[in-house]
Design a protein around this ligand. Structure first.
Ligand code: SAH
Length: 263
């Protein structure tokens, strides 16, 4: 498999769902499970529901926050049963799988890590969690009955992704979209890592800097930020800049903080 996909469970309250998620992942050839503020993943029920995917549960890594869990990821896909106001672009599971297939076929695929983030059974992902996502995925379903069981949602997403990245043997080869091949069919030369989308950690540093400048210049009133912060964040997350582009923006922000006289 060319691109690493990690499944991140946030706030899961039923241990059985963690077991079901591990089973869903493993059947589709995925093993990286990250946990944020969940119930016990090693309970008897979790292990029983995993039906033998115990290794996935045992290797799962726990994090103190979603921010930490996705710090090393360049693409962060939140999942939601409903469209959320002001979230990043909403796409179907198939559309996201197509995007991941493109990524998987690219020359720099091995340096990419994609996070799939799943929310709490009752409330889903909070707005703060969605703010950390570069895309939002919704499994298309009955508009009047759109909330899947958490384990089932992981299964559908894992299946779509397995088709995208060939994580399990396919009946027929899945073509790699032409975009990633040269006209002669040769793989493109690897990209400079600084040209890849920035990591979530780098984005957080950028947002802190941007916020500081917006407040200090009076552009943003911290006592009345309204939706501005979220809109700005959404703009940059839905087209995440590369590390090189981020340093250009950071330079611009620093120059705004310490302007030099034009020579
Ligand atoms: N009311 C919540 C439902 C939570 S269901 C909401 O609107 O999000 C628990 C989790 O299962 C969700 O956070 C999401 O990760 C996943 N899920 C359930 N139904 C889904 C769907 N139709 N599309 C994508 N993810 C879904």
């Amino acid at each position: 498999m060319s691109v690493e996909i990690v499944f991140v469970m946030v706030g899961t309250t039923h241990t059985g769902n963690l077991g079901a998620a591990a089973r869903a992942m493993k059947t589709m050839g995925f093993t990286s499970l990250r946990l944020v503020d969940t119930c016990s993943h090693l309970s008897a029920e979790a292990l029983a529901r995993s039906s033998g995917a115990n290794d996935v549960l045992k290797q799962a890594q726990s994090f103190g926050s979603l921010k930490e869990a996705i710090a090393d990821c360049r693409v962060v896909i939140g999942t939601s049963a409903r469209a959320r106001q002001l979230a990043v672009p909403l796409k179907s599971s198939r559309e996201i799988a197509d995007e991941v297939a493109e990524l998987a076929g690219s020359a720099d695929a091995s340096q990419q890590r994609v996070a799939m983030v799943f929310g709490q059974e009752r409330s889903g992902l909070s707005n703060e969690s969605l703010d950390l996502c570069t895309r939002l995925l919704r499994i298309p379903c009955n508009p009047d009955f759109s909330s899947l069981n958490l384990g089932s949602a992981v299964q559908v997403v894992a299946y779509e992704l397995s088709q995208a990245v060939n994580s399990v043997p396919q009946g027929a080869p899945v073509p790699i979209p032409g975009k990633w091949k040269g006209s002669d069919g040769a793989a493109p030369a690897p990209l400079d890592p600084d040209e890849l989308p920035a990591t979530s950690e780098a984005m957080e540093h950028f947002f802190e800097h941007l916020d500081r400048v917006m407040v200090n210049t009076g552009f943003l009133n911290p006592d009345n930020p309204r939706l501005l912060r979220r809109k700005v964040r959404r703009y940059f997350e839905s087209n995440r800049p590369s590390a090189n582009e981020l340093s250009m923006f950071r330079g611009l922000l620093s120059a705004t903080e310490n302007p030099r006289k034009p020579s």
